[in-house]
Ligand binder design. Structure first.
Ligand SMILES: [Zn+2]
Length: 214
């Protein structure tokens, strides 16, 4: 089973990907995390990725993302299912993503689109903090202390979580990633899930939508 999970910032797609990985014993390909892991390697690829994401703080070009994807696919047995979180981000990536899967005897079985409105995204991300020590991500509710429940570290709001930053990322999602969803919709592969519900309800809908393949 190869599942792609897409959604705008604040949709909770990462949480849903984690839950799916646990439920079906899937490998969780978190694109950001995979790139950060490669950036630690003392190899030409590792050094190049490090330079781009840690030093220049830019998005990696498709060529590098493709290499990172290949490394992961090469490491996994063909029977090992994968949930892809944060890829493909644009139509160009969707093309080579499918090619790469095909090369390894895989295909996209389902695309889960966790949909939330712009207002809901802004509301949720505005409350998003992360621990300065263990990096745990937390959504703070009104009146809660800014302390990490895991390690007691101090919680800080992400620097790019300003209203302008969030709106910019949301418009990139609309302009670049929505066409990916349309691309997969033409292949009848998309399940659109209402992401404005509780985590449990969203996951319930995800499971129902996978009923025919899970
Ligand atoms: Zn912590």
């Amino acid at each position: 089973m190869n599942i792609v999970i897409l959604g705008p910032q604040g949709s909770g797609k990462g949480t849903q990907a984690k839950l799916l990985a646990e439920k079906f014993n899937l490998d969780h390909f978190d694109t950001g995390k995979a790139l950060r892991q490669v950036a630690l390697l003392d190899t030409p690829l590792g050094r190049e990725v490090h330079e781009i994401i840690m030093v220049k703080k830019e998005l990696v070009p498709s060529r590098l993302l493709r290499e990172v994807l290949h490394i992961r696919l090469n490491d996994l047995g063909r029977e090992q299912g994968i949930v892809f979180d944060g890829v493909p981000r644009n139509v160009e990536q969707a093309g080579y993503f499918e090619e790469a899967l095909q090369e390894f005897g895989r295909k996209v079985d389902r695309v889960i689109f966790v949909d939330i409105s712009k207002e809901e995204s802004l509301k949720r991300i505005g409350k998003r903090f992360s621990c300065e020590d263990c990096k745990e991500a937390v959504i703070l509710k009104e009146g809660e202390a800014e302390v990490c429940v895991k390690c007691g570290g101090r919680l800080a709001q992400r620097a790019d979580d300003t209203k302008e930053g969030i709106e910019k990322r949301l418009s990139i999602f609309r302009e670049e990633t929505m066409p990916v969803i349309e691309y997969f919709e033409k292949k009848n592969l998309v399940s659109r899930i209402d992401g404005a519900q509780s985590i449990e309800k969203v996951f319930g809908d995800v499971l129902v939508s996978l009923g025919d393949i899970a």
